[in-house]
Design a binder for this molecule. Structure first.
Ligand code: ADP
Length: 265
């Protein structure tokens, strides 16, 4: 709590009133703390691959200078570390751009069936690599919402990519598109779900998954090329579309991420 004390003089010059303003600054401090943590986390995430890159440069200039086989191997690792830094910077820039526009509701008509079709085409090769069967079940011919096509592509790319990465290798990833009556009020909403049959997520982690850099298993996420920002980006885009993001997981059975956005009537 922050206190501000001021006095108001009376006619005879003496203090007539004392005004004490008490302000609850908990929220402000929380936001400030989050900002500090974010900068610290982002710096750490960038410094790790950078330290590894510098280490390999030194080895290449020193002990491995004349070792052709080692050089090839190290250059491969260096390339993947540099790619990781580049992905991280792209994600950080996306997040800040989305946040900057948070108050503007995107309003172009976007057909979600086409968006998901595009995502399935893009991620087909990754699914194939992991022997995952990716299926799309369109239960309605058209599913139109107001939004920003590129951002919605980003949402479903992140969700489907996570389902492929964290789901069971050799398993299934199912995307469904449907239209449902809104729980309150009139009109309908588009509901897109992405389901995988991987190990799932323990309940204690679920509320924190959309925090920046939160990972259930950081080593596993890094190994799979994750930045820890995917679901934070998803959450911000869905919020900008005045939509709702749902996460339900039964560990050992299946995990479902759902996105609900009002349809254009
Ligand atoms: P990352 O870049 O680490 O994938 P995300 O923000 O996309 O970051 O996801 C955060 C974390 O949520 C992941 O590190 C992973 O632990 C967990 N997660 C996301 N999707 C799934 C899923 N389908 N099944 C199990 N865990 C998941």
């Amino acid at each position: 709590i922050e206190a501000q004390i001021s006095t108001i003089a009376g006619e005879n010059g003496r203090t007539a009133f004392v005004v004490i303003v008490l302000r609850d600054v908990t929220q402000r401090h929380r936001v400030e703390q989050m900002r500090v943590d974010f900068v610290a986390n982002a710096s750490h995430e960038l410094r790790t691959p950078l330290a590894s890159l510098l280490g390999f440069v030194e080895t290449l200039q020193g002990p491995a200078r004349n070792d052709a086989a080692a050089r090839e191997k190290f250059l491969d690792i260096m390339r993947s570390q540099a790619n990781r830094m580049s992905r991280l910077i792209d994600d950080l820039l996306s997040l800040s751009r989305i946040e900057l526009n948070a108050h503007v509701q995107p309003d172009k008509p976007v057909e979600l069936g086409a968006v998901v079709g595009h995502v399935a085409d893009t991620l087909g090769p990754l699914a194939q690599d992991r022997s995952v069967t990716l299926s799309v079940d369109k239960r309605v011919p058209m599913l139109e919402v107001r939004g920003e096509r590129d951002e919605l592509i980003r949402v479903f790319e992140n969700l489907v990519e996570n389902a492929i990465k964290y789901g069971a290798s050799g398993g299934k990833v199912e995307v469904t598109l449907d239209s449902q009556p809104k729980p309150q009020g009139k009109g309908r909403e588009a509901v897109v779900t992405v389901r995988d049959y991987g190990p799932g997520i323990e309940a204690e982690h679920v509320p924190r998954l959309t925090e920046r850099f939160y990972r259930v298993d950081a080593a596993k996420s890094r190994e799979k090329g994750g930045t820890g920002l995917g679901l934070a980006i998803v959450k911000h885009i869905v919020a900008r579309h005045r939509g709702r993001l749902g996460i339900e997981s039964v560990p050992g059975e299946s995990t479902v991420f759902s996105v609900r956005i009002d349809q254009i009537d």
